[in-house]
Design a protein around this ligand. Sequence first.
Ligand SMILES: C[S@@+](CC[C@H](N)C(=O)[O-])C[C@H]1O[C@@H](n2cnc3c(N)ncnc32)[C@H](O)[C@@H]1O
Length: 239
Amino acid sequence: MPNSECQMPDEDRSVRRKGGGAPLATSSQQLATDYWRGEFGREYTDRNPQSVEAMDALYLNQFGLTRTDLNREFLGDLDPASRILELGANVGVQLQALRTMGFGCVYGVELQDYAIRRAHEQFGPLALAEATGLDLPFADAVFDVVFTSGVLIHIHPDRIGEVLAEIHRTTRRYIWGWEYYADNYAPVSYRGRRDLLWKGNFTRMYLERFSDLELVKQKRVKYLANENVDVMFLLGKKA
Ligand SMILES: C[S@@+](CC[C@H](N)C(=O)[O-])C[C@H]1O[C@@H](n2cnc3c(N)ncnc32)[C@H](O)[C@@H]1O
């Protein structure tokens, strides 16, 4: 549980980037949001690994290394007092993995209230707020690290720029990610639909959009059973 110096930064609903709070009513992103908030999202949440051990076992089976191994490789040198925000935290298993590594100040936002309830049942009082990545309810640069794990791939290409901008706005130092990789941005069939998942080169998307970012580290990891590749990246704001 976060210690008293690690309270969730005050939600700052007055923060609105241009377009950040734009209505979603008829957009494809609204469709995806409705999916995640509905039965589709609840089923995903029930399927998702519910413990760090289960997640590590899944990664070991899929990639031949655990998520904890990857996390140590990328964040092992970071100050344990770093404030870390996950966008799209689901039941909080990534946050719990970071706590297990010794990070005490971890927070999440998630748009699915069912996942937030499950997170609290599973891990106790995790600092999780209900919000979307299009409009993070925090002031600028309040976190040391903002990250996604399998979430940028679910943002509609029309809105991805806004989500990247929110992540860039709220981090003081690092952006960390783990996403499906492809040289070219393209839809992937997911649960019978082609409007819920896109793979791409998210590292390049950040670097092309924000000139104050530099690549600290990147690792592409191939699935053992097929030719698909995931990528972990760490970007830093230049000093
Ligand atoms: C594939 S899951 C990944 C969960 C978690 N990050 C992990 O690695 O286990 C995607 C999560 O992102 C959430 N999500 C999708 N779009 C979102 C958005 N625009 N804002 C916030 N959360 C979102 C979904 O509800 C879901 O919990």
